[in-house]
Design a protein around this ligand. Structure first.
Ligand code: ATP
Ligand code: ZN
Length: 305
């Protein structure tokens, strides 16, 4: 993709533009997070562009590897991408991609970039790869890691199907993305060292034009609020007055619960709290043991400070 080609498609119409993966592991959840942030999308026949109906936002549907280039050329001001892809681009070309900043961790698309070796191959630590050949689609991140560890190995760059490299004798080991590990297992490989833990993130170009800045801040604030609400629960319970301190002390991730009188009861109060983390069954059981009754945990739809 050339800079010239994409800058033609970006028009200076005052609309904010975000690049997301067109089809792949990040696509559906990228759409979902925008929808949860109140963006109503106008489906179009256009393979590249999709417009928001109720927010000055255009969504560019592209290959994930192209997202950093869309940002540095200012065709888009924001993007949703795996940290692995961003950091690889920054490692290969720091001058071009160094100005892209990760602004929000989205909590999906979790995976790790790992070294793996054929089952049975002797491996103590990464120094066992000295003098060996490692196949990967992440030449930048792998060579940074090997350099940091002082290990001299050859790198073979592959676009995909890296896991077959050892079987075809193209390489002794691989460095690839892993989530469940089942692909490694079915290819007779053992995961050895994790180079990077990754998830999907929102990235922005720090050199964004000022007219995009306010829109971008507004969208990012909404997405932050969605993520906070998604991870939070509203908890309501009744507590004996003398057990209140003990109960408050184990409410998960809640700074200052609201305590209210219960009509006709001097010995009991109602406690309401926003818990910014999961409320487990074990926590509810502990609350009950400490005297709480009528414990209710409900999801929060939206949250704005
Ligand atoms: P594109 O056609 O857009 O180039 P792709 O084949 O490069 O797609 P996907 O396989 O859809 O990309 O993966 C996109 C991102 O999903 C990865 O860069 C990574 O951040 C994340 N991901 C999560 N789990 C995995 C996994 N098990 N394997 C590969 N990527 C994963
Ligand atoms: Zn890709």
């Amino acid at each position: 993709m050339t800079g010239k080609m994409i800058s033609k498609s970006g028009t200076d119409d005052g609309r904010l533009k975000i690049a997301i993966q067109k089809s792949g592991r990040l696509s559906e959840k990228s759409f979902t997070i925008l929808e949860k942030a109140g963006i109503s999308l106008q489906k179009s026949k256009d393979q590249l562009l999709c417009q928001a109906r109720n927010f000055p936002l255009d969504i560019f549907l592209v290959r994930d590897d192209d997202i950093p280039a869309f940002l540095v050329n200012n065709v888009c001001q924001l993007g949703i991408i795996g940290q692995n892809s961003l950091l690889e681009a920054q490692s290969l070309d720091p001058d071009v991609f160094g100005g892209l900043e990760q602004v929000i961790n989205l909590g999906f698309g979790r995976c790790r970039l790992s070294l793996a070796t054929p089952n049975g191959m002797p491996y103590e630590d990464v120094s066992s790869l000295a003098g060996k050949t490692v196949a990967t689609s992440y030449r930048g991140l792998l060579s940074d890691f090997l350099a940091e560890k002082g290990v001299d190995a050859d790198i073979v760059t592959m676009e995909g199907a890296v896991e077959v490299a050892p079987r075809t004798h193209l390489a002794d080991a691989i460095c690839d993305l892993v989530s469940t590990g089942s692909t490694l297992v079915s290819n007779g490989l053992t995961e050895q060292d994790v180079i990077l833990n990754s998830q999907a993130v929102i990235i922005k170009n720090n050199a964004m034009p000022t007219e995009s800045h306010a829109l971008s801040e507004k969208l990012l604030a909404r997405i932050t609020a969605v993520l906070r609400a998604q991870n939070s629960r509203y908890i309501m319970l009744n507590s004996p007055v003398d057990a209140l301190e003990g109960i408050k002390s184990i409410l998960p991730g809640s700074q200052s619960p609201t305590v209210m009188p219960l009509q006709g009861r001097d010995d009991m109060v109602a406690v309401h709290a926003v818990c910014e983390e999961e409320v487990f069954w074990t926590t509810m059981e502990d609350l009950k043991l400490r005297g709480a009754t009528s414990i209710l945990v409900v999801p929060i739809e939206k949250m704005l400070d």
